[in-house]
Write a protein that binds this ligand. Structure first.
Ligand SMILES: Nc1ncnc2c1ncn2[C@@H]1O[C@H](COP(=O)(O)OP(=O)(O)OP(=O)(O)O)[C@@H](O)[C@H]1O
Ligand SMILES: [Mg+2]
Length: 428
């Protein structure tokens, strides 16, 4: 401005006053146009902002563009850093085995990781901004979210009609945000229930013979008994003690089997002689009450723990004999299938088992007919042991049964557990 005034004064000094004014007006107009031009250029750039299309100018405008560019680049860098941080946070939460849901103070969903989406049935696409309470309408969960004490996690069952058991905890953070952590503890919960049931079952199983035993002891101490009565009571007491011993022994076998997932024993078991021995024992056990038929269609070798396998096979045979009424037929066989698998089967013409019991037969202490099992001295642990032995040999226990017709219990071994007659070495 000072420059324009000076030049106007110079023109006025050289010429007259009017030429001075004219020069001043012209120069002022030019000055205004110059700035107007850059102002437009700047506005146009800002409206369609692209960092790499920063305009060029002269004088103060160039300096201003340089400053604007610097400001914009640092803003862009900060935006990128922020986006990176959010991305890192998301990938960290995605990598977590637990579910994570971030919520605002009104329990509206900000973000949920994949696990939380799956566990709570949230969709990151549809449910962001929705209130979590409207999605997970579980009474305990809703009252937990509404309370103000979140020091401890709570356990909720049956979220959205599933069998899942979830442990959830709300963790307040930042100014008003909240983070909901969810953990699927279905398996743990099941184990805990099994453990509780097991302790209750063992106590119950031992309590019965123990009560009988102490009853007899009481009688013997307080009543004068004849020698015959004494001998009879001692016999009954011995039977109860024997029963308890069987339970404890079976429990010890089970706990030993459970201590390792797979057997490391690689005995080469000749199936021909084994089936022959099992058949001989079966005939002894049956005392000619049943017809025992034995088949061994492949005198090959089975690889595994001989003691475990022969006890599992005997278990199936003793069940068949104990539960099949006199006059029935029991067929013991070892057959090699077309797929190379080897199958040890015990088929009987006994009472058969109703289908609803079949999946539960391998549970500890599970019996279809409790009194029949006890009568025959059963502990209810036999098939649990068989199942463990089967699993330890990567085999499968297959139970087929029809009420009134009979049952077939088979242990099917994979080909790698077999060596055919004549083959060399152990197949794997
Ligand atoms: N061949 C079979 N026919 C009919 N029912 C059977 C047969 N095998 C097993 N069961 C049923 O399955 C239940 C579980 O069998 P399991 O062998 O585990 O126990 P148990 O025979 O009662 O006792 P133990 O521990 O002495 O073997 C039995 O109580 C019986 O009711
Ligand atoms: Mg049994």
């Amino acid at each position: 401005m000072l420059g324009i005034g000076g030049l106007a004064w110079l023109f006025a000094a050289i010429g007259d006053a009017s030429s001075g004014w004219t020069a001043a007006v012209l120069m002022l107009g030019g000055w205004v146009l110059y700035h107007q031009f850059y102002l437009h250029k700047t506005m146009a750039w800002l409206e369609d902002f692209q960092l790499d299309k920063v305009p060029h100018g002269s004088g103060h405008w160039e300096a201003m563009y340089a400053k604007l560019y610097k400001l914009a680049t640092s803003g862009e860098r900060r935006r990128k850093q922020l986006a990176e941080t959010v991305k890192d946070f998301r990938s960290a939460t995605e990598a977590m085995p637990d579910g994570v849901v971030t919520l605002d103070e009104d329990n509206q969903i900000i973000y949920a990781n994949e696990q939380a989406e799956e566990q709570l049935g949230i969709s990151n696409e549809k449910d962001v901004g929705r209130n979590l309470i409207n999605i997970v309408r579980h009474p305990e969960f809703v009252s937990y979210l509404h309370s103000s004490v979140w020091d401890e996690a709570i356990v909720i069952r049956g979220v959205r009609g599933s069998n899942r058991v979830l442990q959830v905890q709300l963790i307040p953070y930042g100014t008003r945000q909240r983070m909901l952590m969810t953990r699927d503890i279905t398996q743990l919960d099941r184990l805990e229930t099994t453990r509780r049931d097991f302790v209750a079952n063992v106590s119950h199983e031992l309590k019965t013979p123990l009560t009988v035993l102490s009853g007899f002891l009481e009688t013997m101490r307080e009543l004068p008994l004849s020698d015959a009565q004494r001998a009879q009571y001692l016999g009954l007491m011995h039977a109860q003690a024997h029963r308890m011993q069987n339970i404890v022994e079976d429990l010890l076998v089970l706990s030993k089997l459970e201590s390792t997932a797979a057997t490391s024993q690689q005995d080469q078991i000749q199936m021909g002689p084994l089936i022959e021995r099992l058949c001989h024992d079966a005939k002894g056990m049956s005392r000619e009450q049943h017809q025992i038929i034995c088949e061994c269609k492949d005198d090959g070798v089975l690889i595994g723990a001989e003691d475990e396998l022969s006890s599992a096979f005997s278990n199936l045979i003793s069940n068949a004999i104990r539960y099949t009424p006199a006059g029935g037929t029991i067929r013991i066989s070892w057959i090699v299938g077309a797929d190379g698998s080897g199958s040890f089967s015990v088929n009987d013409t006994g009472p058969g088992i109703e289908s609803q019991h079949i999946p539960r037969l391998t549970e500890r202490f599970y019996r279809v007919d409790r009194s029949r099992s006890r009568e025959t001295g059963g502990t209810g642990l036999g098939l649990a042991i068989v199942k463990h032995v089967t699993t330890r040999h990567q085999a499968q226990l297959v139970i087929e049964s029809e009420v009134g017709k009979g049952s077939t219990f088979s242990i099917v071994f994979p080909e790698k557990r077999r060596v055919s007659r004549g083959a060399e070495g152990v197949g794997d």
